[in-house]
Ligand binder design. Structure first.
Ligand code: MTE
Ligand code: MO
Length: 404
């Protein structure tokens, strides 16, 4: 992508159709967020989107309100937006987009246009949660540096496109390939800022579920969710889900990029992983990979009044691809738990909806929490596993309501 095809940031094209302080729009913000963050957060409407919670606009970082998670599929208009770099090609410039696939550990190099991705390969569909590694970072205690996300830096969509494996077969990955490297069409405004480059270990790149998505929930990918094509890595956090992907390189070396070796790392061994990434490990940290088991209460909203006749607690649960075995709901801040009803199984990488009818209640205060367990027997952490980047916070959220 040439410089002249770029918009230097979105400044001009962000439509502040409903710009207002979040409080005026009565969007719930967690009291656990840093005070400075709550002061600057606002609702704003990006082109083609419904109002999202703006954490930053250059680069654009917008999360979904909790109400977006009342359904297990997140509408494209409510899907969060996260960028590291502010130079994002305008949608028109992406009309000339193409994808180069090759690399030192490939037999040959090819260039694919959108039509070729859609007609030259078997098209597969996967419902999968795209969750920013930093989702809930703003709730970290003590607070840590970075975008101070609340609960909404995630979404679940049905993605469709060719398997990455099938595209790699066209270029012939050699036996000594260890990683696959990705680059996207966006870039830094200043040449001194490291470009956003990411890699996957060859075994995950070749996994059945990993695709190059050209559609999302049956429509085109929204501009800011990676139009015209993005990498979808079910089970792994969204940092690997390269948007506007322009280059895929099969390599014999570990990718030496800031975004692999300095950022997106967790203390070695702190979290459960299925598919390790040893070519990027160092003595003390590992790259973040698998999503941890988690759940979210999307309704009722914290601080609301509910009828004594009873109400429905509803939300979603997800994990790294084992699938959800059980969700329990507590009305007394975690003293006692009741099993919730699970909604339709949309696949192991998708959100699983849950509901619990409370039945009649005595008037008073209730502290609602949800707790998911996956098919590997892993349950949400009772206490925060603190790490310096605020990743993988799966402590049950507390929702206080009054029955009256
Ligand atoms: N090209 C590109 N792809 C990217 C990023 C980026 O900055 N540029 N950020 C990654 C990160 S960290 C996240 S959380 C997801 C966000 O995806 P979304 O904006 O579609 O919600 O995109 C990933 N892919
Ligand atoms: Mo992210």
């Amino acid at each position: 992508m040439k410089r002249r095809d770029m918009l230097a940031g979105l400044g001009g094209s962000v439509v502040a159709a409903r710009a207002a302080h979040a409080a005026d729009q009565s969007v719930w913000l967690s009291p656990q967020l840093p005070e400075g963050t709550r002061d600057v957060i606002r609702l704003e409407t990006l082109p083609g989107k419904q109002p999202l919670i703006r954490l930053a606009d250059r680069p654009p970082n917008y999360e979904a309100p909790i109400s977006a998670f009342r359904t297990p599929v997140t509408p494209n208009e409510q899907f969060f937006v996260r960028y590291h770099l502010a130079s994002i090609p305008a949608i028109d410039a992406l009309g000339t987009w193409s994808l180069t696939v090759g690399g030192e550990a490939a037999e040959r190099q090819i260039t694919l246009r959108l039509e070729e991705l859609q007609s030259g390969f078997e098209q597969v569909e996967v419902a999968a949660v795209c969750q920013c590694s930093g989702n809930r970072r703003g709730l970290s205690s003590p607070h840590v540096a970075g975008v101070e996300w609340g609960y909404g830096a995630m979404g679940c969509a049905t993605w469709r496109g060719p398997r990455l494996r099938d595209v790699l077969a066209k270029v012939g990955a050699k036996a000594d390939a260890i990683e696959v490297w990705f680059d996207g069409a966006d870039g830094p405004v200043l040449a001194t800022t490291p470009d956003f480059h990411k890699s996957l270990p060859i075994h995950k790149a070749m996994a059945d579920e990993v695709i190059i998505a050209t559609t999302m929930n049956g429509g085109k990918l929204p501009h800011l969710n990676g139009y015209p094509a993005r990498v979808v890595v079910p089970g792994w956090t969204a940092t690997y889900w390269m948007k506007h992907v322009t280059s895929i390189q099969v390599s014999r070396k570990p990718l030496d990029s800031f975004w692999m070796q300095k950022a997106y790392r967790v203390p070695a061994g702190m979290f459960a992983v299925d598919r390790p990434f040893p070519t990027q490990d160092n003595a003390t940290t590992w790259p973040i990979t698998d999503i941890v088991v988690n759940s979210l209460v999307a309704d009722p909203i914290d601080g609301t009044r509910q009828p004594v006749d009873g109400f429905t607690v509803q939300g979603v649960a997800w994990d790294r691809g084992h699938g959800i075995r059980q969700v329990e709901v507590s009305l007394d801040g975690g003293e006692t738990w009741k099993p919730a009803d699970l909604g339709k199984d949309l696949g192991p990488f998708a959100f699983r909806a849950f509901t619990l009818r409370t039945g009649k209640l005595a008037p008073g205060k209730y502290a609602i929490a949800s707790r998911a367990t996956n098919n590997a027997g892993e349950t949400q952490a009772a206490k925060l596993k603190f790490n310096p980047a605020g990743y993988h916070n799966n402590v049950p959220q507390q929702v206080a309501v009054t029955a009256a």
